[in-house]
Structure formats: structure tokens, C-alpha cells
Design a protein around this ligand. Structure first.
Ligand SMILES: Nc1ncnc2c1ncn2[C@@H]1O[C@H](COP(=O)(O)OP(=O)(O)OP(=O)(O)O)[C@@H](O)[C@H]1O
Ligand SMILES: [Mg+2]
Length: 263
């Protein structure tokens, strides 16, 4: 189960974020980076945030704690900034929060301590599976904090859900943008990462992960299916993608070798 907290105060916007995230204080006195259901990308990007983050954690990658953030009616009503007022008012209900890591800094691939080659390869593998375009050197979406690398911002992954068009086909598609991955140059063998991780990503694990996604984040389905059907759709799509992994693992390995990394 994910913890559920109630938003108490809008602290500050994170202006650099395209999805208008903000730091909010919640009922447990914690501060969270909140991804708003009313932010324009809709609840599907919140589903990706939860599912990719939670799968990463289960594969022993480091992710800030994910929580569900309840925004009650009335919240934001008093905010003098009309943009914030509108966003918060449009986000009444369940939203997604990541534990705020105070003092963390964006990972700098040139200056910062590098992750070990096996960890970098595991992150490249996960992003290829989830079709996460948002891990480039321009926008790494990795934070350095307490000497560790933390994975954040998975809202752009699982793009298939924008329209669920020909899912069997899209599951098998290559992912050329992996060539821009910020960790590719320091990744070890993607084939080895695959041999390690693919057996762990079972139907049961995927069902567990999607069971954490509450119904009210799944009710914007473009095909009008029930939340249970949508969860099953994600699980099937990811199992199909795993089935086709020779394709995308090979592609990542080739991109890695082109940079003189891998193996
Ligand atoms: N858990 C966290 N702790 C501390 N800072 C965070 C955390 N999550 C996000 N941030 C900061 O807020 C910024 C925006 O967050 P995030 O990348 O998740 O939003 P986004 O709108 O999806 O961003 P973009 O589309 O610009 O990549 C991050 O680049 C990072 O600097
Ligand atoms: Mg980001």
C-alpha cells in the first residue's frame, strides 16, 4: 500500500518543471513534490509516475518515497496567484507525491560522482522497458543526495497510454531515444542487466505494482474501460514488451557500444 497524506499547504512551485509540480506540506508534517492531476498532462502521467517509480524501487533502484496526496475542496482557494489557484482547484482528489529531498541537486554527468557501471546499465534497461524519454543529459531527472543517485520524474514514460493505439505493436517497438540517455556512456552491459532484471519482472510483480494505482487515477481512460481493465492493459503491454526485449535490449547495447561503453 502507498501511504495517503492530506495536503495542508502549498509551499512553493518548482518552476523548472514542465508539469507544474510544487512542494506541499502534508498532514504528516512531511514535504512532498506533488504532481497534480489537474496539470494538463492529466492523470495518465501520474500513473506513469507511480508505476515506474514503484517498479524501480522493487528492482532496488533508489527512488524517493511515493505517496498519494489528497487535495480537499477549499485548498488553494485563498492563493493570490491565479495560476496556482486554478491548478490546485483542478486537482481536488488524489494526486501523487514524492518525498521532497531537501538539499538534493540535479545530477551532473560531468562533475558528479558516477554511478557504478552495473547500476547505470540497470537504469538504462528500466527506461527502455518503460519507454522513458526523460533521462537525457539536458534533463537527467536524477538527483544527487546523501551520496546516492535518486530517480525522479517518470511522468513521460508509458506513452502508449496517450491513446492505447495498437498496443501489441507499440510494445514491440524499438526505442531510438535511448541513444540520448544520460547514463549510457557509463553503463555496463545492458545484456547483463537484462539477464538480471527481466526474470524479476513477472506478471505477479507487475500486477502488484499496478494494484497500487488507485481507481480515481485510472478513470480517464481514453477507451472508457474500467480501472481493472486499464490495470490489466498495462500489465499485458509490459509483458509483451518484455517478450520483445531482444529488440530493445540489443538496441540499447548497440547505442552503448557506439559510445565506447557497455560490456
Ligand atoms: N523529490 C524531490 N526532491 C527534491 N527536488 C525534487 C524532487 N522531485 C523533483 N525535484 C525538483 O523539481 C524539478 C521538477 O520536478 P520533475 O522533474 O519531477 O517535474 P517535471 O515537471 O516533470 O519536469 P520536466 O518536465 O521539466 O522534466 C526537478 O528537476 C528537481 O529539481
Ligand atoms: Mg523533470
Amino acid at each position: 500500500m502507498l501511504r495517503r497524506v492530506v495536503a495542508q499547504r502549498y509551499v512553493t512551485p518548482l518552476r523548472e518543471g514542465g508539469s507544474l509540480p510544487a512542494i506541499m506540506e502534508a498532514s504528516d508534517d512531511g514535504q512532498y513534490v506533488v504532481k497534480f492531476r489537474g496539470a494538463g498532462h492529466g492523470t495518465r502521467s501520474l500513473v506513469a509516475e507511480l508505476a515506474v517509480g514503484e517498479l524501480a524501487r522493487r528492482l532496488e533502484l533508489t527512488v524517493p518515497e511515493l505517496v498519494l496526496v489528497e487535495i480537499d475542496a477549499g485548498m488553494g482557494r485563498a492563493d493570490p496567484d491565479p495560476e496556482i489557484h486554478e491548478l490546485v482547484t483542478a486537482s481536488i482528489g488524489t494526486n501523487v507525491g514524492l518525498d521532497y529531498l531537501p538539499g538534493s541537486v540535479t545530477f551532473d554527468p560531468v562533475q558528479d560522482a558516477q554511478p557504478d557501471a552495473a547500476t547505470a546499465a540497470r537504469i538504462v534497461w528500466l527506461d527502455s522497458l518503460m519507454v522513458n524519454i526523460d533521462r537525457s543529459s539536458r534533463n537527467p531527472n536524477l538527483l544527487t543526495w546523501h551520496g546516492n543517485l535518486w530517480l525522479i520524474d517518470h511522468g513521460a514514460a508509458l506513452y502508449v497510454h496517450s491513446n492505447w493505439k495498437r498496443p501489441e505493436e507499440s510494445a514491440r517497438q524499438r526505442f531510438e531515444m535511448i541513444a540520448d540517455h544520460v547514463l549510457l556512456a557509463r553503463a555496463g552491459s545492458i545484456v547483463d542487466a537484462d539477464a538480471q532484471l527481466a526474470p524479476l519482472v513477472t506478471r505477479e510483480l507487475l500486477e502488484d505494482v499496478f494494484a497500487l494505482v488507485p481507481d480515481d487515477l485510472l478513470d480517464e481512460d481514453v477507451l472508457g474501460r474500467t480501472p481493472a481493465d486499464v490495470r490489466a492493459g498495462y500489465v499485458t503491454w509490459l509483458l509483451d514488451r518484455l517478450d520483445a526485449r531482444d529488440e530493445w535490449v540489443g538496441e540499447a547495447e548497440t547505442a552503448c557500444a557506439a559510445l565506447g561503453a557497455g560490456a
